[in-house]
Design a protein around this ligand. Structure first.
Ligand SMILES: Nc1ncnc2c1ncn2[C@@H]1O[C@H](COP(=O)(O)OP(=O)(O)OP(=O)(O)O)[C@@H](O)[C@H]1O
Ligand SMILES: [Mg+2]
Length: 352
């Protein structure tokens, strides 16, 4: 895995929004690589910057936002140099596509499903209307629409939520993108449909070979779909590693807290939740942004921001706990033998 080529690379990215004469720093100096064919999951609480960060890759920041520092390399292009919509159109929706949470926002309610897929095929693959229709129906079959030929002429309102999301995925793939960004693509769907969409994305990834950035706050989904995981907190990636690194050998107390709140691990009816709130993004954050919520902070946590401490070749974490001067601290008991617990959970889910 690790010798695969880097397809998308963010270096020192910061994003700022102007809000009524004040500056909100939503992303703070993120550097991360996405490799060909791999799935990177972005996890973290609401407001941690998952959506904003990925919008940098498609030029979709709202008008009051801008990239304040850093660069994004895609192939031999620096995406942060792109200015006009015309320049972005060569990348967005063609090389890098996004699937959002609510399929209705991506579909035009007054156009047929088929025409919406065909249009993107004509735009990106330069096919005739007739060829595009055949490709569109083929795509509909591939994303699991029954009776695709008949349903080609139907409108979005005639489709269920899950079927609409399948169509959005078909449209996203119609340009044969190299990178697919999925921003909580199943959050609006009920649980059984969620599982079907996840299974579909895995299948399509095998077939088409795109790399994927998958945003979710559901760590259960992460375990089933991701190769790498980036844990975000207050606009930073605070821990990064393979799925195994993050689930079974995590080092950041925030990652511990996230893992502890896995609903599958709840031993009583009460779900674990992380006390406190993230810091304001309007003011300079001193030290480790998680320090005020850390149950066992150290003095340095309030003074200096921790660097990325390497844990292994595939794994790093931004926490002073990894400094050689830090006291020995063990993971919360609930997540200590997580491997055994996960195996049990999956055996149960699969079997029952
Ligand atoms: N256009 C905007 N103007 C001002 N602030 C913004 C804007 N867009 C996002 N933000 C702020 O940037 C921060 C990160 O937002 P973002 O949407 O990336 O969070 P998220 O991790 O995707 O959360 P969620 O899980 O709720 O989707 C938040 O504090 C948010 O309020
Ligand atoms: Mg979001």
């Amino acid at each position: 895995m690790s010798n695969k080529k880097v397809i998308l690379s963010a270096k020192d990215i910061s994003v700022e929004f102007q809000v009524r004469n004040r500056t909100l720093r939503a992303i703070r100096n993120i550097s991360v690589d996405l490799h060909e064919g791999e799935t990177l999951a972005l996890v973290g609480e609401s407001g941690s910057g998952k959506s904003v960060f990925t919008k940098v890759f498609t030029g979709m920041l709202e008008a009051n936002g801008s990239v304040a520092t850093g660069a994004v390399t895609y192939g031999d292009m620096n995406l942060t140099d792109l200015k006009t919509n015309a320049e972005w159109e060569k990348i967005r929706g063609s090389q890098i596509s996004t699937v959002f949470q609510d399929p209705m926002t991506s579909l035009n309610p007054i156009k047929t499903i088929g025409s919406q897929i065909s249009e993107t095929v004509i735009k990106h693959q330069g096919k005739t209307a007739e060829e595009a229709k055949a490709i569109a129906i083929d795509l509909m079959n591939r994303v699991g629409i029954p009776e695709a030929e008949k349903r080609y002429d139907e409108y979005p309102f005639q489709y269920s939520g899950g079927m609409r999301q399948r169509i959005v995925i078909a449209i996203a793939l119609s340009s044969r993108p190299k990178v697919l960004i999925c921003d909580e693509p199943t959050t609006a769907l009920d649980v059984t449909i969620q599982a079907q969409i996840i299974a579909l994305l895995k299948e399509l990834k095998e077939e088409y070979g795109f790399a994927m950035i998958f945003i979710t706050h559901d760590l259960g989904v992460v375990a089933s779909i991701a190769d790498k995981v980036a844990v975000m907190y207050s606009g930073e990636i605070i821990e990064y590693g393979t799925v195994e690194d993050i689930f079974y050998d995590s080092r950041h107390p925030y990652t511990w807290a996230l893992l502890s709140s896995l609903p599958q691990l709840a031993t009583t009816e009460k779900l674990y939740s992380i006390a406190g709130t993230p810091p304001s993004l309007y003011s300079e954050i001193k030290g480790d942004a998680f320090a005020p919520r850390n149950p066992k902070p150290m003095a340095i946590d309030f003074v200096e921001s921790p660097p990325k401490f390497p844990v292994s070749e595939t794994h790093w974490a931004k926490t002073w706990l990894l400094d050689e001067r830090a006291p020995e601290l063990t993971k919360p008991e609930g997540i200590q033998d997580l491997h055994a617990k996960m195996v049990k959970i999956y055996a149960k889910e699969g079997g029952a």
